[in-house]
Design a protein around this ligand. Structure first.
Ligand SMILES: NC(=O)c1ccc[n+]([C@@H]2O[C@H](COP(=O)([O-])OP(=O)(O)OC[C@H]3O[C@@H](n4cnc5c(N)ncnc54)[C@H](OP(=O)(O)O)[C@@H]3O)[C@@H](O)[C@H]2O)c1
Length: 373
């Protein structure tokens, strides 16, 4: 029996001083997925298997010994790849582990010169003090938080592209709820219009991963809607961090603390964030339309739509759809964002950031349209 994947050490890797751009210039990029047996890991394999510039050289899972990927993720059975406890030689590593686990692995991977795209929370927050506060652990590599990049291409495209010229970059793919809320609210933050904000989030059950839990059984979730984490959901931290960055870039102060209430709804995939904002001054619908149009006109994966978007409009795609409405009677702006938590909220967004890091066309491997019904 192999040790758990937390025992994987990148010291087994040969140290390299090659940058992502140099790797991309020399043919297919070797990638590995750690946590390949999970929901996000399996989704990463699905997107990467169709990516023309990469070759998947390794799938890593705890206690796995050359196990065909189809055994843990039957929808991937047609792919001839096996899950093992050992990490092979690779150029880039996608890490899809529960929070706290990546923090133990990533320092060795980065030190060995591998590009790391972490899909958990361990490198999203720049202030080390946020980890005990929101995640209840002391970060073992706080010095890496300053140089890890929050991998939301719509906000940090230039930073991701510049990191492609450095050895061992760390990209922290955003959380699913956070992606939806930040895309919904960033245009308002940039314009200094974020006053009091309430984010009402609704997620499908896959957002909680595939580890069995009594509150996630069919009998509990079916025909039921529950709010949770009323004491403060962890994604609030990254929403506030990133919206403060956008607000500062727009020449404004840090926005007020966000009230975020997530809900579990009886569907498999999808997130709808409904954001209620009281701006500092009255606005007009035309002003909002122009703000959002300008913010997302050139974005390949974010559309501003005329009708409220639904989770099924974006299912299994890298799309996010945003809708904004001024409600003059109450003096609030309502902004909706819909996305697939496992795609634009996780795996395909990580591939989008990877593409920017490696200097590829950002849309490479991400052309799949949403699935319906
Ligand atoms: N689900 C989403 O919508 C979503 C969206 C964005 C980001 N994320 C983040 O992505 C990460 C993975 O989430 P997920 O939903 O894919 O979870 P998941 O379905 O529970 O998968 C977790 C993966 O990590 C492995 N694992 C669990 N505990 C481990 C341990 N102690 N040591 C080593 N490996 C361990 C599991 O292996 P086994 O198969 O052996 O259990 C599995 O491969 C999390 O950090 C999550 O917050 C999730």
């Amino acid at each position: 029996m192999h040790p758990m994947s937390v025992a994987i050490h990148a010291t087994a890797l040969t140290a390299t001083a090659v940058t992502p751009r140099q790797v991309a210039a020399n043919g297919p990029i070797r990638v590995a997925v750690i946590g390949a047996t999970g929901y996000v890991g399996g989704e990463l394999v699905r997107w990467l298997a169709g990516h023309p510039a990469v070759v998947i050289v390794g799938l890593v899972g705890r206690d796995r010994d050359e196990e065909p990927i189809g055994r843990s993720r039957p929808h991937l059975a047609r792919i001839d790849l096996r899950v093992d406890a050992a990490l092979p030689e690779t150029d880039a590593v996608f890490v899809a582990l529960p929070h706290g686990q990546a923090a133990a692995l990533v320092p060795d991977l980065a030190a060995a010169g591998r590009a790391v795209i972490d899909l958990g929370a361990d490198f999203r927050l720049h202030d080390p003090a946020d980890y005990p506060r929101w995640y209840h652990f002391v970060h073992p590599a706080p010095e890496l938080l300053a140089r890890s990049i929050y991998g939301l291409p719509e906000l940090h495209r230039a930073q991701l592209a510049a990191a492609g010229d450095h050895v061992g970059p760390i990209v922290a793919a955003p959380g699913c709820y956070a992606t939806a809320a930040i895309l919904a609210l960033a245009p308002l933050a940039r314009a200094g219009l974020l006053g009091d904000v309430v984010v009402d989030g609704k997620s499908g059950v896959s957002g909680a991963g595939r580890e069995p839990r009594p509150d996630l059984t069919f009998g509990e979730v079916n025909e039921n809607v529950t709010a949770y984490a009323l004491g403060g959901h962890r994604h609030t931290a990254e929403m506030e961090q990133e919206l403060a960055v956008v607000s500062r870039l727009g020449g404004h102060g840090a926005p007020e603390p966000i009230t975020f209430v997530p809900h579990l709804v009886p569907m498999t995939r999808g997130i709808l964030a409904t954001c209620h904002v009281r701006p500092g001054r009255p606005v007009e619908q035309a002003e909002l339309d122009e703000l959002y149009r300008a913010a997302y006109a050139d974005e390949p994966f974010v559309s501003v739509v005329d009708e409220p978007p639904a989770t099924k409009h974006v299912l299994a795609s890298n799309e996010a759809r945003v809708y904004v409405k001024w409600q003059p009677r109450s003096g609030r702006i309502v902004v909706l964002a819909a996305l697939d938590n496992l795609a634009k909220g996780a795996a395909s967004q990580a591939v989008q950031a990877f593409n920017v890091l490696y200097g590829l066309d950002e849309r490479t491997g991400l052309a799949a349209l949403p699935v319906a019904p």
